[in-house]
Design a protein around this ligand. Structure first.
Ligand code: AMP
Length: 226
């Protein structure tokens, strides 16, 4: 079974974001960027499924600027097999719906058994992409996963809900989004970082998938918290 893991390049979680002086957004100039923490958990889960013999190939995909290649290389160094960058111009914001449409096209082409996403990206805190992707594909979804168990044609996902834990059983192919307690992602070792440099990484554009990424939302203002 192939596993598809979308990973987003975001401001590193240790960095305190600075709001631009004109209040139009967050200043990304000279800021450390890293893989979205929930996506590291998604990559780790896919690798564990491969180590158990459940997954056969892990494909990581990022929709972002050219530098998102670094994020994909990090995932390859952790243990993913192949990367795909869907490249957009510097400064372009791709909203969750457009990301979900691109991922739908990729999932249709790649036919994975599971797509494992983060529950949310820590930059926009949207918590939308996995749910929208499940709806667009017509697949079941297990969001906020703290445990994932594949057996045969189904996956049991234990979800962190307000009242405690809920377990849902989904028919494969399915969408899973990760919560914090699913696992602790590994660090890539130096030899694996070197090996990752020669793993395949393809580049495409949103137009290759026929997706219009023009924003539908207008940001009215961005302000520092009080
Ligand atoms: P969001 O709905 O923006 O909070 O993001 C939820 C999850 O969708 C993230 O944790 C990623 O797994 C995936 N995702 C969102 N945006 C992107 C992107 N530009 N590239 C790859 N994956 C993304």
């Amino acid at each position: 079974m192939k596993v598809l893991v979308p990973v987003k390049r975001v401001i590193d979680y240790n960095v305190k974001p600075r709001v631009k002086a004109d209040g139009t957004g967050v200043d990304l100039a000279n800021v450390k960027m890293s893989m979205n923490p929930f996506d590291e958990i998604a990559v780790e889960e896919a690798i564990r499924l491969k180590e158990k013999g459940v997954a056969t190939e892990i494909v990581v995909v990022s929709i972002g600027v050219a530098k998102a290649q670094e994020t994909l290389r990090t995932a390859l160094a952790m243990g993913a097999d192949r990367g795909l960058l869907v490249e957009v111009d510097e400064g372009t914001v791709v909203e969750p719906l457009a990301v979900a449409k691109i991922l739908k096209a990729i999932a249709t082409e790649e036919a994975p058994g599971l797509v494992i996403l983060g529950k949310q990206a820590i930059d926009d805190d949207a918590n939308q992409t996995g749910q929208m992707l499940a709806a667009l594909l017509g697949w079941g979804q297990g969001t906020f996963a703290s445990k994932v168990e594949v057996s045969g044609e189904t996956v049991a996902v234990t979800r962190e809900v307000d009242g405690g834990l809920e377990t849902v059983s989904l028919k494969l192919p399915a969408i899973v989004t990760t919560d914090l307690r699913l696992n602790e992602p590994r660090y890539a070792s130096l030899p694996n970082i070197m090996k990752a440099k020669s793993k395949p990484l393809a580049t495409k554009t949103p137009a290759d998938f026929g997706v219009d990424i023009a924003p539908r939302l207008e940001t009215v203002s961005v302000a520092e918290p009080a």
